[in-house]
Design a protein around this ligand. Structure first.
Ligand SMILES: [Zn+2]
Length: 320
């Protein structure tokens, strides 16, 4: 039996777990990082790892591989982050070197978090019965892990799966990446609330104005509240989200012929109506013989809280 350490680095917290080579998670822990310096984060991470190793009844030497999931693009050597827009701290944090000092003999590898999540859904989750699948997370951003023949497809520069920046409406809304009309510009939790606020400011009648006044923010829950109350603005935004993701999946299907789309991330709290809306938009685009094949749209097996640790640990085992 060998043991792997999975470390999931998120925007607000770090989650760590130990998995054995039977893909069983032995123990996990997490801590919030807001307001912490790089040094204090590493000290806390070190303490948490040592505590988990003890809890699992192991010694540090028993850990033969480490996988680190990060919300960014990884350098080719898989030892550092090329670009992590949501965690600026990561750009100059010597994560690899710090862990190498702690575990001189273990294999250590970084992975994009959506890729790691895709691996988790493929090996242990909703995609385990599919040879090919795409895990798509719709949250603050839109990203994916692409699995082909049960293996993670990383692309030439380890940046495959950045599907949130595929163009679904040419010359459309501006996206944080600098382009216009990206899927993320419509479905990303950092973007559609801006549009809703803009419409509220323009004076249009909408129940979302009441939501904003009561909660001080517009998010997925606001959208859900608006839809429950048949609000026209909520329905307009929701329908644009379903359209953009439907187009996105259709384009991926045409390019890769992958028949399984697994959805995770905060927006899936909208439930069945989101899956139905996306599938309807997808099916509308299919023509001819193509319409014969079944295509699956499934909710992720893992919760947003746990998928990162499972993914990171499975990446570690894959790289052992
Ligand atoms: Zn973009």
């Amino acid at each position: 039996m060998t043991y792997a350490l999975g470390i999931d680095i998120g925007g607000t917290k770090i989650a760590i777990g130990i998995m054995n080579s039977d893909n069983e998670m032995l123990c996990t822990d997490s801590f919030l990082i807001e307001g912490m310096t790089a040094i204090s984060i590493f000290v806390k991470m070190q303490d948490t790892i040592e505590e988990l190793v003890r809890e699992a009844g192991l010694k540090k030497d028993d850990i033969s591989s480490i996988g680190i999931g990060v919300p960014g693009i990884i350098n080719k050597d898989r030892r550092s982050v090329l670009f992590a827009p949501n965690i600026p701290l990561l750009n100059d944090f010597p994560l690899y070197r710090s862990l190498r000092n702690m575990f001189p003999d273990a294999s250590i590898v970084l992975e994009n978090d959506a890729n790691a999540a895709g691996l988790a859904e493929s090996i242990l989750g909703a995609g385990k019965n599919f040879d090919n699948m795409i895990y798509c997370t719709i949250s603050t951003g839109v990203g994916a892990g692409i699995i082909i023949d049960h293996k993670l497809f990383r692309g030439s520069h380890l940046a495959a799966g950045e599907i949130g920046h595929m163009i679904t409406f040419p010359d459309g809304e501006p996206c944080g990446c600098g382009n216009r009309g990206c899927a993320e510009a419509y479905a990303g939790g950092a973007n559609y609330p801006k549009y809703i606020r803009h419409v509220i400011d323009s004076g249009r009648e909408t129940i979302l104005k009441d939501y904003l006044e009561a909660h001080g923010t517009i998010d997925g829950r606001a959208l859900s509240f608006g839809l429950d109350n048949h609000d026209a603005l909520a329905e307009e935004v929701f329908s644009k989200i379903c359209r953009t993701i439907g187009i996105l999946f259709f384009n991926l299907y045409k390019c890769l012929n992958i028949d399984c789309y697994i959805l995770g991330g905060g927006l899936t709290n909208l439930g069945d109506k989101l899956f139905t809306g996306i599938e309807e938009n997808f099916q509308k685009l299919r023509v001819g013989a193509d319409t014969m094949e079944k295509v699956y749209f499934l909710p992720a097996h893992f919760t947003s809280n746990e998928i990162g640790i499972y993914g990171a640990a499975l990446v570690a085992l894959e790289n052992r």
